[in-house]
Write a protein that binds this ligand. Sequence first.
Ligand code: CA
Length: 218
Amino acid sequence: MTRILIAEDETRISSFVSRGLEAAGYSTVVVDDGAEALERALQDDIDLVLLDVGLPSMDGFEVLTHLRGQGSSVPVIMLTARSSTLDTVTGLDAGANDYVPKPFKFDELLARIRSRLRENVATGGLSIVHQDVVLDPLTRRATVGGRELDLSAREFALAEQFLRNPGQVLSREQLLSRVWGLDFDPGSNVVDVYVRYLRGKLGADRITTVRGAGYRWE
Ligand code: CA
């Protein structure tokens, strides 16, 4: 059974979400503290984490950073009352898969959860290879010519989009949506910044800027 960890210190919200998810056929585990959330999320039986930003002992961003730092690729959806784009970008850069601002409608949360769980199944286990670049989405290992690269979660997701669509122009909007889960442009140059990081790690010639349109993997 698919098990979802709910890390939320407002009992009213966690019990509402937990009841809803159980009614939808998921099993849930509820914790109300950041350190506890990290410890629980690192266990193998958790398939997805709903992570509140404002948690006691360790906030959601710290939990996420530690989780990714320890190599976990469990899907994480951040829940937060804060709606600033800075928080959105911070959370997504720290390796969140999605972001749901409070207050949210349960159906919307459920739709996001289903979509993230589907993605995880869809990408599990198959290496993506283009010339001498190899990405393994399951272990999140990346190599170029057999040499291992140290990519952040977001750099890896961006590289994955390029390798899955070689020769195609990907617009900033498409990349924001697929890599950052944003259906709007937060008004930052986050895509350009990450393309620059990737060029630095993979070689500058592989990603071409197509002026006014976006980027293309050669
Ligand atoms: Ca909270």
